[in-house]
Design a protein around this ligand. Structure first.
Ligand SMILES: NC(=O)c1ccc[n+]([C@@H]2O[C@H](COP(=O)([O-])OP(=O)(O)OC[C@H]3O[C@@H](n4cnc5c(N)ncnc54)[C@H](O)[C@@H]3O)[C@@H](O)[C@H]2O)c1
Length: 399
């Protein structure tokens, strides 16, 4: 069987996905599509001989997007989530599978479609006989599959909490986000974080809830913040049947970064609207994003390691357990192994594993799926096979 993939976006994560998929014998061609011609040439040069085709594309152009996807088996969307629904509609038109990495929205705050608008296309994907796997990176993505794997092996699951901790630092930059800065600012500053508690999704003020978490070696103890993320909504939608009462998401943020975001908010700039200053109209949001390095600017400059894991609390055989399933990636080893930064590698490998499951028809069938709905055993085996091994540890009960 021969398969053609279109990789939309060859930034930090898209590069790793494209290179991982191109190594598979049954993937015969990877069409790399991006606005940035420099990145297209750079990434194409790292794919196996004869597998890469490049196309400069502005994915906001619906015709050019359809033209790019025509004849492909799968579109991997590593652009910003604002284009998710547009790309899904293009996949429906040309009849190719779909995978993305994160949800956008809600429209009333950030002006982009949210996960419900994507799941609403389930019927259309079923009718067309094609599959879409949503939000399949490390978190969301592997974090949700970890939750599903733990859910399957436990008798009751009352709490599911995702912890993301990076103890890294970047040479030459004061403030960095290891993935797209626009999304990091949206989810930590603009959006009220949502947690699932006793049957409902509850919102709180951005950057108002924090805790400390002991990540496994070599990451260690870090302050983590409750921010907006996909997992509480996904886990409460798909993994509630064994008594789920609480689901949440926490990420480690450096103190200076939290202070910067809080100050930005105190200055009245925590929004995506235009303002007028000195005769110019501009969005303070774009100004802040423009002051931060792109994720690919951090290649070779990030040091340290990142751990992403899901903690499930419940019972097995009548005994209480707190079971943590996690993946650790070192930024330094990612650079040595593939010449990329750790977050790009840690996100790109699970995305490529999900992409292979869509391509090989190993997802539940035609339709639109969350990572919670796919076979965790197969996905976890693919992660290990592709150099992203994971671990499970039982933490002290009551900790
Ligand atoms: N689920 C996860 O674990 C996870 C982790 C990291 C990133 N992400 C998501 O993955 C996506 C990519 O992240 P990244 O860190 O690689 O970002 P990035 O900024 O490095 O890459 C984005 C790429 O998209 C290209 N692009 C942007 N707009 C375009 C357009 N209109 N047409 C064509 N190309 C365009 C850019 O040129 C860039 O190369 C983001 O949506 C991010 O939120 C998810």
């Amino acid at each position: 069987m021969t398969m053609r993939v279109v990789q939309l976006g060859v930034g930090s994560v898209g590069e790793v996905i494209a290179r991982t998929l191109a190594e598979e014998p049954d993937v015969t061609e990877v069409l790399l599509a991006d606005l940035d011609e420099g990145r297209l040439a750079e990434v194409a040069g790292k794919l196996p001989e004869g597998k890469a085709v490049t196309r400069r594309l502005d994915a906001r152009d619906p015709e050019a997007l359809r033209e790019t996807l025509r004849g492909a088996d799968l579109a991997v969307n590593a652009l910003l989530p604002e284009l998710n629904v547009e790309v899904m509609r293009a996949c429906l038109d040309v009849g190719c599978g779909y995978l993305d990495l994160a949800a956008g929205g809600p429209r009333e705050i950030v002006g982009t479609p949210d996960m419900d608008e994507q799941f609403a296309l389930d019927g259309a994907f079923r009718e067309r006989g094609i599959s879409a796997l949503l939000f399949c990176g490390i978190d969301p993505g592997a974090s949700d599959v970890f939750a599903r794997a733990l859910y399957d092996e436990m008798d009751t699951v009352e709490r599911l909490v995702v912890y993301d901790g990076d103890n890294g630092w970047a040479e030459g930059f004061e403030f960095v986000t290891s993935f797209s800065p626009a999304i990091m600012i949206e989810e930590s500053l603009l959006l009220p974080p949502e947690r699932f508690e006793d049957g409902e999704l509850i919102q709180s003020e951005p950057l108002s809830i924090s805790a400390e978490f002991d990540f496994p070696d070599p990451v260690g103890r870090l302050r983590v913040w409750h921010i907006d993320h996909e997992e509480p909504a996904l886990m409460s939608r798909f993994l509630a049947a064994k008594g789920l009462r609480f689901a949440s998401f926490y990420i480690a943020l450096a103190d200076p970064w939290v202070e910067l975001l809080r100050s930005w908010k105190r200055l009245g700039l925590a929004h995506k609207d235009e303002i007028e200053f000195a005769g110019c109209r501009f969005r303070p949001f774009d100004l802040l994003v423009s002051r931060l390095p792109r994720p690919v600017d951090l290649i070779g400059k990030l040091h340290g390691a990142v751990c992403v894991g899901t903690l499930a609390e419940g019972t097995v055989g009548g005994e209480r357990v707190r079971r943590f399933m996690y993946q650790v990636t070192s930024h330094d080893e990612a650079y040595e192994r593939m010449g990329v930064q750790g977050t790009g590698l840690q996100t790109g490998i699970p995305a490529a594993c999900g992409a292979l499951m869509v391509l090989r028809e190993e997802v539940p069938g035609p339709g639109v799926f969350a990572p919670e709905q796919i076979d965790p055993t197969r996905f976890l085996a693919l992660m290990t096979e592709h150099g992203a091994p994971w671990s499970v540890v039982d933490l002290p009960v009551g900790g």
